[in-house]
Design a protein around this ligand. Structure first.
Ligand code: AMP
Length: 191
């Protein structure tokens, strides 16, 4: 696995634990020589991820759309910074550069990005692993909702299983490295 995309909040969250966990995850990726692809900003957990990667000599690529260049304070000194014209191009570029995806704690943007790649896995558009980094129980209620959606018959269990969930950075990266979910055809699978 060469590179993993980290979707992360443009905020740092209400507890220092989120930034600490982001640093630990980046350290784990750098130790395994796995490159990082992220949203290209300097704010919130995005900034924590980029600064930690640079400080520890990791490989990192940012992908930011033109119109957020100022708002999310683009990390202009990154060696690899891609500037796109739209959000759609940003997400496509991030996906193209990555062999797997991890959502750190984040808000609407992070959720949208994560569910796009997860739903793309569900319909066989890629076979790359998708994970939630469940720092301090941040995603507990979202995970409970996914299970509820399975119970209510709107998500098939195999699609639910595509979402890897871990709270420990080492176990999380180990699982992504070991898991390459076969892309599957949801229309032929009800289990
Ligand atoms: P947030 O999780 O809302 O703090 O946003 C995290 C990242 O997601 C930021 O880089 C946002 O620019 C990005 N983002 C916000 N809205 C969207 C969207 N509709 N689609 C894709 N990315 C978004």
């Amino acid at each position: 696995m060469r590179s993993i995309c980290l979707f992360c909040g443009a905020a740092a969250g209400a507890s220092p634990r989120f930034a600490e966990a982001a640093r630990a995850l980046v350290a784990e990726l750098v130790a395994r020589n796995i490159g990082i692809v992220y949203g290209g900003g300097k704010v919130g957990l995005m900034g924590v991820v980029a600064e930690t990667a640079l400080d520890s000599g990791g490989r990192i690529a940012g992908v930011i759309p033109e119109h957020l260049f100022d708002g999310e304070v683009a990390f202009e000194t990154l060696e690899e910074l891609h500037v796109t014209q739209s959000m759609a191009q940003r997400k496509a570029k991030m996906a193209q550069l990555s062999d797997g995806f991890i959502a750190l704690p984040g808000g609407l943007g992070t959720l949208e990005e994560f569910f796009e790649v997860l739903s793309w896995a569900q319909i066989g558009l890629h076979g790359k692993p998708c994970a939630l980094f469940n720092v301090d129980g941040y995603y507990d209620r979202l995970i409970a909702f996914l299970d509820h959606a399975v119970e209510r018959g709107f998500i098939v269990p195999r699609a639910r299983a595509l979402a890897v969930v871990e709270s420990d950075p080492e176990s999380l990266v180990a699982r992504l490295v070991d898991t390459t979910p076969a892309a599957f055809d949801r229309w032929q699978s009800s289990k």
